[in-house]
Design a protein around this ligand. Structure first.
Ligand SMILES: Nc1nc2c(ncn2[C@@H]2O[C@H](COP(=O)(O)OP(=O)(O)OP(=O)(O)O)[C@@H](O)[C@H]2O)c(=O)[nH]1
Ligand SMILES: [Mg+2]
Length: 185
């Protein structure tokens, strides 16, 4: 989950490139219109399904189930669901996801935990991305982390650049740990 353009598809693309030799990854791409994100994922050789929400600003668990069943669950180790770009509605609905991850990119500003608290409360992990642009913006990483943890003391926080690869290792290690813990359930 994240606002439009914060870097969801770019982070997923890099993650798929890095992990596809270890995990069978699939992506459910939710959009109001178009299939551009699903096409970006398919171009990497990963399985992708485009879900159109018919104008709605979020996914729900019924849409997730339909998408996953269409992909064939037995073929998948890790399924990502890229929700509609929006910091409000997606946090209000259960998508059926095992883990909720939100992305906040540096250009959006470090005040977003103050303005959109529910998204931070509902997320298991926060990925602060576009960290390569820090020098151009007045984004205080430590203050942002503090604000997020005030809302959700258990939230895991990663700082990454999907462009340079900085911080990707920690994010991907967490994904692998969570995937194997989930499979042992
Ligand atoms: N500098 C920099 N640019 C990035 C990074 N990640 C994404 N971008 C750029 O940000 C723009 C939006 O990225 P997307 O991955 O399409 O964002 P999105 O959240 O999937 O967008 P929507 O699906 O439309 O909501 C693109 O121009 C990316 O190249 C990053 O880590 N650093
Ligand atoms: Mg996208």
């Amino acid at each position: 989950m994240s606002s439009p353009g914060s870097g969801k598809t770019t982070l997923l693309s890099r993650t798929i490139r890095d992990l596809s030799s270890e995990l069978k990854i699939a992506v459910l791409e939710a959009d109001i219109e178009s299939a551009v994100d699903a096409e970006r994922i398919e171009a990497l050789g990963a399985r992708a399904i485009q879900v159109h929400t018919d104008g709605m600003c979020h996914m729900d668990a019924g849409m997730t189930r339909t998408g996953l069943e269409a992909m064939g669950l037995e073929q998948i180790d890790l399924a990502f669901l890229e929700n509609i770009g929006n910091l409000i509605c997606p946090a209000e609905y259960d998508t059926g996801a095992g883990r909720n991850v939100m992305i906040l990119s540096v250009p959006e500003g470090d005040d977003k935990p103050l303005k959109y608290p529910l998204m931070f409360q509902e997320s298991d992990a926060l990925v602060i991305t576009k960290i390569d642009t820090l020098e151009y913006f007045d984004f205080d990483v430590e203050l942002c982390k503090k604000r997020a943890r005030n809302l959700n003391p258990d939230i895991k926080i990663f700082t990454v650049s999907a462009k340079t690869g900085e911080g990707m290792n920690e994010w991907e290690t967490w994904l692998k740990e969570e995937t194997s813990a989930w499979k042992q359930k």
